[in-house]
Design a protein around this ligand. Sequence first.
Ligand code: S3P
Length: 167
Amino acid sequence: MAKTIYLCGFMGCGKTTIGVKLSKMMGRSFVDMDDYIEKKHHLTIPEIFAQVGEQTFRQYETEAIQELSHQGNLVVATGGGAMTIERNGTLAKQNGIVLFLDAPFEDCYHRIAGDSNRPNAHSRTKKELLELYQARYPLYQKNSSYTVDASDSPLMIANRILQLYNR
Ligand code: S3P
């Protein structure tokens, strides 16, 4: 079973855009974990945060990683908080590799500012988001298998990942 590639990193770092591109280049199925959770629980992410809270959402993420880890051969875009939790990284790495997309804060910020579909961005000022980015950065590094420079175009980043994967 070919190892699933899990993309992690801060909100707006490009996990979904790059994941879709990479999955097409590799002929693999793509799973966006937020979409997976929304479909499974019949609620949107903002509804999950409002109705059951972030802690329960984090449990949903762990369950999703457990379920996806049985499949292999996927490209998965994880949610921005998923790989801040060590157990999730350990689960994902059992049958997969976890890549941290290291994009500069300003790039992420421009993509997420004011997005009402992202409760953890919508509820924070720019300064608070920078603090969250800085707090999470070492956790992404620690819980991933590799850090990938994600400051270029999606195509260049996807190619960089392919090279890394085929090495
Ligand atoms: C979150 C990131 C979101 C989503 C949820 C929580 C976070 O995913 O999982 O809103 O805490 O960083 P994206 O990184 O795709 O925005």
